[in-house]
Ligand binder design. Structure first.
Ligand SMILES: Cc1ncc(COP(=O)(O)O)c(C=O)c1O
Length: 403
């Protein structure tokens, strides 16, 4: 693993004079040199706008951009490359669907199902869209162990339900939700499902045809790719019928003041100049993951998870938030009665980067009646030694906070 760490330039530094231990991977992962170089190389050699010019650089940039789309298609096993829409990230992808799907299919009195463990990105876009079309939001409850109440979910459907939007993996609890089973249930009511894959894309082997979800959204920056590039996968049958999200260049077929017609998929949903360098960086990150093997990466993260959970049992007053048996390498916890922010500051002084706060999941924090958590999350470059350093630091933090 030390070899892998060397591939990530950011990790090779000290913070506050201590060796950096980066455990904030659920927020964003670091980028390997080859991804940074792929983006650099694009700007050094072929930087040009896509789909618009017949000059050589534009053609090369277009080819690289469309190859990136095909590599995402293969990565998540989508049936068609034109079902892959490039976005800025998960947030934009969900906003796109909430906006376009609701304008196309949701009417006054209809219902949208989300869960109590959603990130704000999978709550607020639906609230905004629901307000516009007069729909209401129904919420799947979360049980004490941090799993979804599937029984309650099964009973939430009515003839007014128009879409289900759920996270694949909770960014707070680490819970891996049974999205395939939940999709089957929704489909038995004729209802499509959006899966927020911001965390799932790194923690699970994603196959959108197997899970049969109708939309899957993720961000490149959580899988070793640059920020500012993300993906919306959508089934052709929905994307074809949905109205465009944004208007502008590239998403049109013909424009006149009398009538404008729209471009074919995926361009109908990609208005304006896209993030070509970001897409190329995403392709490079996917190749990096495929070379190591996604299942090997997941196994690595899971080994660290088990090791850390076992060590944490011996820390005085440590309370885990989220204890699902099927979970990803994200651990949320509290130390005694101390505020998570205080622990976060002390850990930072010891060179350890963790996330503290509500993690953009305020409804979930309210449910557990806590102000926030300390969250450690792992990635391919983390080691058992990193966990040992964390555990020592947590013991020290405990002493300092209780002194
Ligand atoms: C579960 C979940 N959904 C959505 C998001 C939003 O992702 P982004 O900020 O990359 O759009 C995050 C980010 O942490 C997340 O963890």
């Amino acid at each position: 693993m030390d070899d892998i760490k060397c591939l990530f330039p950011v990790l090779n530094q000290k913070v506050h004079d201590k060796t950096l231990v980066y455990l904030d991977n659920a927020a964003s992962t670091q980028k390997p040199m080859e991804v940074i170089q792929a983006v650099d190389n694009y700007y050094y050699t072929i930087n040009s706008n896509v789909h618009r010019g017949n000059h050589l650089l534009s053609q090369l940039a277009t080819t690289a951009y469309e190859e990136a789309r095909k590599s995402v298609q293969a990565f998540i096993s989508a049936a068609h490359h034109y079902e892959i829409i490039f976005t800025r990230g998960t947030t934009e992808a969900i906003n796109l669907v909430a906006n376009s799907f609701c304008r196309s299919f949701v009417r006054q009195g209809d219902e949208i199902i989300v869960s109590h463990m959603e990130h704000h990105s999978n709550i607020v876009p639906w609230q905004l869209a629901a307000e516009q079309c007069g729909a209401t939001i129904k919420v799947i409850p979360v049980l004490n162990d941090g799993t979804l109440d599937i029984d309650a979910y099964n009973h939430l459907f009515s003839e007014k339900t128009k879409i289900v939007s759920i996270t694949h993996v909770s960014n707070v609890l680490g819970t891996i939700n049974p999205v395939k089973q939940m999709t089957q249930t929704a489909h038995s009511h004729g209802v499509p499902v959006l899966v927020d894959g911001a965390q799932g894309i790194k923690s699970c082997e994603v196959n959108v045809q197997d899970s049969d979800c109708d939309f899957y959204c993720f961000s490149g920056h959580k899988i070793y790719a640059p920020m500012g590039i993300g993906v919306l996968y959508g089934k052709e049958k929905y994307l074809e019928q949905m109205l465009p999200y944004q208007g502008g260049g590239e998403m049109i077929h013909k424009v006149s003041f009398e009538k404008t017609t729209f471009n074919e998929l995926p361009f109908k949903f990609e208005a304006g100049t896209p993030n070509v360098g970001g897409a190329i960086g995403l392709k490079s990150a996917i190749e990096f993951m495929q070379r190591i093997g996604v299942s090997n990466m997941i196994e690595h993260d899971n080994n660290l998870l088990r090791y850390a959970l076992q060590k944490m049992q011996n820390i005085d007053g440590l309370r885990l938030i989220g204890e699902a048996s099927n979970r990803a390498a994200v651990i949320s916890f509290l130390l005694g009665k101390s505020h998570p922010a205080d622990a976060g500051t002390l850990l930072d002084m010891m060179g350890i980067a963790v996330r503290t706060g509500h993690h953009c999941a305020e409804p979930l924090m309210n449910l557990f009646n806590i102000p926030g958590t300390i969250r450690a999350s792992f990635a391919i470059y983390n080691t058992y030694e990193d966990i040992d350093i964390l555990i020592n630091a947590l013991n020290k933090t405990n002493q300092l906070l209780q002194a």
